[in-house]
Ligand binder design. Structure first.
Ligand code: FAD
Length: 492
């Protein structure tokens, strides 16, 4: 739910006509990016597709908010450019969107030190916060000269790789706690929404782990792979906001004949040998195939009545099953604010700041929207700056009022912002935002899963997975194969 200025709901279900009981080739449950990509590609291929979404608007975690009269993103605000997934989709579906790069100044880190807070640019040559050179100036600015001296001799320490420790222990033991706490744990929490103590390097970055094993050193491995690009720099955006992507995709899907129904919640999915039936708040609907593309928690709920085996589950992060505990699906809480303070014009923390877990703040990251995106700067009235804070704790206390925003922005930027400077704010709570549930391999006949629950979090994962699933469904429908044959290729 989004709250504007702390009051009022953006999403309202509204009056809903009954959904058609006429069958379709494919029903897609959920009009986030994953569901819309499946719907678009199948509709373009000539399939009869119905999309049902509980919310009043399509887009799921890509949602528009309005701050000081400017449209902004309340969900994902960028995409990883490590693949061309978004660019290829935009080109292939001929979406009228302009892909843009953020302004080049990059982001900063705020770390806890004995005398308070230290703010410094994210170092250039790191991999997941592991530095290629601990004595580089931009690394010393964060870990101090003593931290650099502790890390420097790591190359000489033999690596015993029989049992891989947690990422935190691996780094703390070899490079010292300064590097582990200030760099690696901070980036791990920011990028993967979990502490480094709950992650393994081989899982988060298999290529880096292979280098570590073959070279016997974290520093040498980082030196071999680090690109020189600051962490978080390899992202792109869409002029006007990422929320435009699902809006354009839905329009294109409808132009190809897909029927999209919003404001209709699906409460059950039943499968028999020939058809799958979807029960909604507004009637039931059958199809040969159903794609569930809701958030991870809702996927688990809709599959709960089916006899799917936990044994054959695979990790929703896209990794193979291992002894890793599954992450609990989680929420995200953020507040976006418009601030009238001239000190922010100097862009004191570049495009934003990632916050050390040891710093006693309610926010774990701040994005300076108008410093990061030219389109946002151009759309925003002079003298106003737009920022977005994400909470450490998804159940967040302490991050909802103008006074909270002023306090956090002051700590994180070093600029003395007062509550009266905060001229507008929007609070957004996402309750089903972080993939963590496990998607079973042995789904019921005719039932498939798309989106982050199956592909892992992020558009670079969700889009290729959805396109692949649409291709497989189309081929199976063309061949009129029994739906169970689709499961010979597990959704991954
Ligand atoms: C704050 C935030 C920042 C992010 N930043 C980035 C980023 O910078 N880069 C990046 O790549 N990714 C980012 N992500 C992640 C990215 O947004 C998601 O991985 C992606 O959008 C998930 O898409 P999806 O299609 O799987 O599902 P969702 O977007 O979750 O869509 C699911 C849809 O299903 C609908 N639904 C749920 N239950 C039902 C039901 N019972 N019946 C009918 N409909 C239902 C919902 O209304 C929703 O529209 C961010 C996410 C958040 C929350």
């Amino acid at each position: 739910m989004a709250r504007h200025g702390g009051v009022g709901a953006v999403i309202a279900s509204g009056d809903v006509a009954p959904v058609s009981a006429v069958g379709a080739d494919v029903i897609v449950v959920g009009a986030g990016v994953g569901g819309l990509v499946v719907a678009h590609d199948l509709a373009r291929a000539g399939r009869d597709v119905v999309v049902i979404d509980a919310a009043a608007e399509v887009g799921g975690l890509l949602r528009r908010g309005t701050l000081a009269g400017v449209d902004i993103d309340l969900g994902a605000e960028s995409f990883a450019t490590r693949t061309d997934a978004v660019a290829a989709l935009v080109a292939d579906a001929e979406l009228p969107l302009e892909l843009v790069a953020p302004r080049p100044q990059g982001a900063w880190l705020a770390v806890a030190t004995d005398d308070g807070v230290r703010r410094a640019r994210l170092p250039r040559r790191t991999v997941l916060g592991i530095p290629a050179d601990p004595e580089a100036d931009d690394v010393v600015a964060i870990i101090g000269a003593d931290g650099a001296a502790r890390a420097r001799d790591e190359r000489r320490v033999p690596l015993t790789a029989d049992a891989e420790p947690s990422l935190y222990d691996l780094v703390a033991e070899r490079l010292g706690e300064r590097v582990a706490d200030r760099l690696v744990d901070t980036l791990c929490r920011s990028v993967y929404s979990r502490p480094a103590a709950d992650a393994r390097l081989s899982q988060l970055h298999p290529g880096m782990w292979r280098e570590v094993v073959s070279r016997g050193s974290l520093l040498e491995a980082a030196d071999a792979i680090a690109t020189g690009q600051r962490a978080g720099a390899a992202v792109g955006g869409i002029a006007g906001g990422m929320w435009r992507l699902p809006a354009a995709l839905a329009e294109a899907a409808e132009a190809h004949g897909a029927k999209i129904r919003t404001g209709v919640a699906v409460h059950a999915v039943r499968s028999d040998a020939a058809t799958v039936t979807v029960e909604t708040t507004s009637g039931s609907l059958s199809a040969r195939q159903v794609v569930i593309a809701t958030g991870p928690k809702e996927v688990a709920r809709l599959l709960a009545g089916h006899d799917v085996s936990a044994r054959s589950a695979r990790s929703a992060t896209g990794g193979e099953r291992s002894d890793e505990p599954a992450q609990t699906p989680a929420g995200v809480y953020l507040v976006a604010a418009a601030i009238a303070h001239p000190g922010l014009a100097a862009e004191p923390i570049g495009s934003g700041v990632i916050v050390d877990a040891a710093l006693p703040t309610a926010a774990k990251a701040l994005t300076h929207i108008t410093a990061k995106w030219d389109w946002a700067r151009a759309a925003t009235p002079d003298g106003i700056h737009l920022v977005r804070l994400s909470a450490r704790d998804a159940a967040a206390g302490g991050l909802s009022t103008a006074a909270d925003v002023a306090r956090e922005v002051s700590i994180l930027t070093g600029i003395d912002v007062a509550a009266a400077d905060v001229v507008d704010l929007v609070v957004q709570e996402w309750t089903d935002a972080v993939a963590g549930a496990r998607v079973p391999d042995d789904l019921p006949a005719g039932v498939h899963v798309a989106g982050a629950a199956a592909a892992g979090t992020g558009l670079a994962s969700v889009i290729p997975h959805a396109r692949d699933l649409a291709g497989r469904l189309d081929r199976a429908l063309a061949a009129s194969l029994p739906s169970s044959s689709l499961h010979t290729h597990p959704v991954s």
